[in-house]
Design a binder for this molecule. Structure first.
Ligand SMILES: C[S@@+](CC[C@H](N)C(=O)[O-])C[C@H]1O[C@@H](n2cnc3c(N)ncnc32)[C@H](O)[C@@H]1O
Length: 245
């Protein structure tokens, strides 16, 4: 039985937000790598309608709104969304925040969204193909889905164990990954490179960019920093565009 991720995020939110200290000026993709200011994967968002899935504190959506986008953030954790509301108020920015599962996009019209973005939320979702289909419905033709998640190669190591760079889990093991974060039980899902690619292709996307960012050379290092980041990609970023219906 997988751990209850809503409860886990409700319990972990305060500690996560406190430690991560994410910027609301520029979208991020993961710990200790370049931001959108370096990677430039999203293009000009002025006047665009942007949907962020698993938005957490909505720091990225706030950054999109500051660039002139109409931003919608979806997350199922009420505690994460409460943090998002506080940040929106602080920054005097409007983001439409919706509580719900990121695969439930019935509230959006078909072909209405210019960009779907997600940072480090898809790894908590078992059935990503359902997400790809839902997102496909709401995206405009040619518009991108850009998401980051734990690189599937990184699932093979346990960076809390010593030595950290031992392969402890088969790349081919599809079992859920149970782990503790701040003493709270979480479950994540391993999505191989080939499965991500095939899932997107079958849902009628064209993958146009894969990024495996190296850690920033000089730091500063985040709360999540590990020496393992020098040896294995921690984060995988995918950009895929909706092809016709
Ligand atoms: C690691 S946090 C990332 C949050 C934010 N994107 C960021 O970069 O800080 C993962 C987020 O995804 C949310 N999440 C995970 N699975 C979800 C699902 N199936 N539906 C909605 N939200 C989900 C969690 O509540 C949590 O806020």
């Amino acid at each position: 039985m997988p751990n209850d991720i809503v409860t886990a995020w409700d319990r972990h939110s305060a500690a996560y937000q406190d430690a991560a200290k994410l910027s609301t000026s520029v979208a991020h993709y993961g710990p200790d790598i370049g931001t959108e200011a370096d990677l430039r994967l999203l293009g000009d968002l002025k006047g665009k309608k942007v949907l962020e899935l698993g938005c957490g504190g909505a720091q990225c959506s706030i950054a999109f709104a500051k660039q002139g986008a109409t931003a919608i953030g979806v997350d199922f954790s009420s505690t994460q969304l409460a943090h998002a509301r506080r940040l929106c108020e602080r920054d005097e920015v409007r983001v439409e925040l919706r509580q719900g599962d990121l695969a439930d996009l019935a509230f959006l019209r078909a072909d209405s969204i210019d960009l779907v973005f997600s940072a480090y939320a898809f790894g908590y979702v078992e059935d990503l193909n359902r997400v790809f289909r839902q997102v496909h419905r709401v995206l405009k033709v040619g518009a991108p889905l850009v998401f980051s998640l734990t690189h599937p190669a990184y699932d093979m190591v346990d960076d809390d164990a010593e030595p950290a760079l031992l392969v402890r889990r088969s790349y081919f093991d599809r079992a859920p990954i149970d782990f503790e974060w701040g003493g709270i039980p979480f479950t994540a899902y391993h999505h191989t490179f080939a499965e991500l690619y095939m899932g997107l292709a079958r849902a009628s996307y064209k993958v146009d960019l894969i990024v495996e960012p190296e850690p920033l050379a000089g730091g500063p290092r985040s709360h999540a920093w590990r020496e393992t980041y020098h040896y294995l990609p921690r984060t995988l970023i995918v950009r895929a565009r909706k092809e016709g219906n």
